[in-house]
Design a protein around this ligand. Structure first.
Ligand code: NAP
Length: 336
């Protein structure tokens, strides 16, 4: 009874303190970083279909060309979020567009660009972990800061793409996990700072999504040279890397990951809803919903969660892997 009362009070307070933000309906301008593939690509496409003009961030020429062909409302924008010149140029391009079309507002900035190296943090060179921070955290902060005067003037919104790994953790990919925890702290702080300016800041935390990030993570796990480590580290991390590679081999199983579309719906909501949420948790990991995991990670002490993580590695995940591998083999047989 007391537990139910606490939950009731929590949601009542959350509802009572929700903030109404100005809504910019289409047409209007949106910037989406990392739109060459995955969640960014899907978001750019869906927002363009809704009538928004989307500046879609890309790094490689061929991706810029590809983006041009998706929809007339998509304007490819060369934008490496670690490159100060690209950031400055992005602000100039959007400012010019707003001057040329004053009837269109600046709806918001979607900080989606991200990288993941699928290796344990204790065995990953600091420069590699820093490379993730440069994109996932500092790229997001630098770009948001550069756009902030425009965002405040136009009462636009910021949507940061975090991850369920921004509130939970496992026994590998610690560097990536720490970047997404940093993004959560950053989003909370910025939302509070910008409350008076009526600028909404939302964090979207997807579970496992089928995108190129998975292929890139698999490649980094496979390229990881365990033998180059100190023997003490080799012993500690051998089984972790075996598990990581085994898990990575299962991405093709449909239940293992959701399509990017489930993220684009909530990103659109964060940009358009009168009462945007502070956090949107979407999707699942290994059959457990992200929302359920969020409750678990809020309620349980960290050492209990450590124990659960190790139990998962040793018992639950191998069982899941065996189950998924059987499904994968059956699907392959049916294809033949
Ligand atoms: N897939 C998942 O399971 C999952 C789960 C939770 C959260 N997320 C988050 O979702 C976001 C999108 O990832 P995704 O899954 O859609 O992966 P993805 O398909 O690999 O997309 C990542 C995007 O980020 C871009 N990018 C990388 N470094 C960049 C830089 N320095 N400047 C600008 N853009 C850069 C990539 O561009 P290039 O093509 O040029 O490399 C690509 O467009 C990331 O923030 C990721 O952390 C993904």
């Amino acid at each position: 009874m007391t537990f139910i009362s606490i939950i009731g009070i929590y949601f009542t307070l959350d509802w009572y303190c929700q903030v109404e933000y100005p809504v910019h309906k289409a047409p209007g301008f949106v910037v989406v970083t990392g739109a060459s593939s995955g969640i960014g690509y899907s978001t750019a496409e869906d927002l363009a279909k809704l009538g928004y003009t989307v500046f879609a961030g890309f790094r490689k020429d061929q991706d810029g060309e590809k983006l041009k062909t998706i929809h007339a409302n998509i304007l490819p924008l060369r934008l490496d979020v670690t490159n100060a010149k690209d950031i400055k140029n992005a602000v100039t391009v959007v400012t010019d567009a707003l001057e040329q079309s004053p009837e269109k507002p600046f709806v918001g900035l979607v900080n989606n660009a991200g990288v993941l190296f699928g290796t344990p943090i204790g065995a990953t060179a600091a420069w590699k972990t820093k490379a993730m921070y440069d994109v996932n955290v500092l790229g997001t902060i630098n770009l948001s800061n550069a756009f902030l005067p425009l965002i405040i003037k136009q009462k636009s919104r910021i949507v940061n793409i975090g991850s369920i790994l921004g509130f939970c953790w496992g026994t590998t990919t610690g560097g990536y996990i720490s970047t997404k925890w940093a993004l959560r702290g950053y989003s909370n702080a910025l939302r509070s700072e910008l409350l008076k300016a009526q600028v909404s800041v939302s964090l979207v935390e997807p579970g496992l999504i089928r995108t190129k990030m998975i292929d890139k993570s698999v490649a980094s796990s496979k390229a990881f040279d365990l033998s180059a480590l100190d023997p003490v580290l080799q012993t500690l991390y051998e089984s972790t890397m075996e598990m990581t590679i085994l898990l990575n081999s299962l991405w093709e199983v449909p239940e293992f990951a959701d399509p990017p579309k489930i993220c684009t719906d909530v990103i659109a909501d964060a940009l358009m809803n009168k009462y945007p949420k502070d956090v949107y948790t979407v999707g699942q990991a290994f059959g457990t919903s992200g929302s359920a995991m969020r409750v678990l990670y809020t309620l349980l002490p960290p050492r209990v969660l450590d124990a659960i993580n190790h139990y998962a590695d040793e018992v639950l995940l191998p069982a899941k892997i065996a189950e998924y591998q059987e499904k994968l083999t059956m699907a392959q047989k049916m294809d033949l």
